[in-house]
Design a protein around this ligand. Sequence first.
Ligand SMILES: *Cc1c(COP(=O)(O)O)cnc(C)c1O
Length: 234
Amino acid sequence: MSLIKENIENIEMKIKAACQKSGRKREDVLFLVVSKTIDVPRIKEAVDCGMNSLGENKVQEIMDKYEPMGEGIKWHLIGHLQTNKVKYIIDKVELIHSVESVKLAEEINKRAAAKGITANILLEINIAGEESKFGIRPEECEQMVREISVLPNISIKGLMTVAPFVENSEENRKYFRQMKQLLVDINSKKIDNVNMTELSMGMTGDYEVAIEEGATIVRIGTGVFGARVYPNKN
Ligand SMILES: *Cc1c(COP(=O)(O)O)cnc(C)c1O
């Protein structure tokens, strides 16, 4: 059996166990395979195991892989998105996880309108207040939801975070819990057109804890493909 298949089956078992432990249904959690830096043949191995939702953090990589990977793939943009690149991926992605400004949302809205579609987005939250991380502060979230909710060609599906890198995944439990609470709080404000259901949180090191705390999308790269090899930057 290939290593990728074996990895996927192991992760799948752990996802099931985390769902069971927390009284959640397996089908309420999406296992998103993060395929950044991975070449098409290896990604296809994962797709052959039934994994058709793929996460990329760069617009360019989605564009490069879009045709070769063919139909049936649900692409998710999980990395920082520059306003001037929205036009390249607007009709190629299922969900944009990384919206962190009204300005970016306005550009997404404009480009979605031009294509006659509704763009699904998540707002990226810097839940631990790390300086190195993208995302908005939790306190800014409600106001941003209010401003974006009036844009007709955008649907705010929920929230996303990249939790701190930790040795022990338990250290991130409090942040995942805060994310869930933030989602519940904002939904309780009954803002017109806003009913957020998605929580994109948890990566290779901490997806089980994230699921226990309410993640609906876990983004897993290293766990599937092994350590990433980045090309040399001169
Ligand atoms: C790379 C990446 C992941 C996957 O991280 P792993 O630790 O390899 O599972 C998840 N989310 C985002 C935003 C990423 O950039």
